[in-house]
Write a protein that binds this ligand. Sequence first.
Ligand SMILES: C/C=C/C(=O)SCCNC(=O)CCNC(=O)[C@H](O)C(C)(C)COP(=O)(O)OP(=O)(O)OC[C@H]1O[C@@H](n2cnc3c(N)ncnc32)[C@H](O)[C@@H]1OP(=O)(O)O
Length: 286
Amino acid sequence: MEYTEIRYELPDPKIARIVMARPDTRNAQSLKMLYEINNAFDAAARDPEVKVIILAGDGPHFSSGHDLKDEWDTLAHEPVVQAAGHHEPGVGGMYAAEEEHYIGLHWKWRNIAKPTIAQVQGKAIAGGMMIAMPMDIIIASEDAQFSDPVVAFGVNGHEYFLHAWELGPRKAKEMLFTGAILEAQECKDLGMVNHVVPRDALEAVTLQLAHKIALRPAIGLKLAKQAVNFSMDLQGQQQALTGTLAMHHVGHAHARVQFGQVIDPAGIEIIKRESKQSTGSIVDRE
Ligand SMILES: C/C=C/C(=O)SCCNC(=O)CCNC(=O)[C@H](O)C(C)(C)COP(=O)(O)OP(=O)(O)OC[C@H]1O[C@@H](n2cnc3c(N)ncnc32)[C@H](O)[C@@H]1OP(=O)(O)O
């Protein structure tokens, strides 16, 4: 398969690595990139040799989130699958599109029957943090920073809204209310990140972990993953995603009425300025 926004690598026949390859945009996720990632996950899931899948990003930052230069108003791209209502005018079309692009894809990746590992360096902002969340394991470099500042756009947070599970409800609220940047070590302390390693060791440690996992039988790995996911399903993760995406679209609809576009325009500058800060300290923001 031909990819232009990602690379699909097999560093070992048992390990597939999907690499976001738009470092000039800090791996902004265009819809084209998202669907290439989806095709690559499909390829890895179907390859009988592959036991473990790594998701990585080229360049200084893992990902700057959704590509803000994509067609935000309509999201009128040509995805592989067209959701019902995708081209409806008004609010309906964008809602259907985001159900498909964000919840549909990320939930599908969360349920792939093989272990997945996110390899995160630098910034993981909004959609950048979001794409790491459905992975089973997150390995972060010491300089990795996670943030979801999109309350500044007038929405609840990024679309794959499992923040309370990942960070605990209090930290999730603080992060969302302030746009705080969470350091890798803090995310490890909160349970979202498995390991924090030096930047120059990130790729090697991730591969080492993948090799160790790949020694286990595929069926055991699949069942262990299913069993943990099932436990989370019993706590209502999927229902939470459905409900919170609807809230997200109240925010988009509100912005359309108030500003004539799907996000509060003031949010773009706030996020850009704050994202470039090197620390998540709330005091430093004042
Ligand atoms: C519900 C919503 C979810 C979302 O995910 S919305 C997206 C939220 N994310 C952002 O708003 C991130 C905005 N970007 C930044 O804050 C900064 O960038 C970074 C901290 C990520 C990196 O800073 P630095 O290393 O100094 O690079 P640079 O010069 O700002 O950017 C390099 C090029 O990358 C483009 N770019 C950065 N982020 C995005 C993006 N999210 N979508 C589209 N393009 C992006 C820029 O514009 C620029 O491009 P050019 O060289 O042509 O000026």
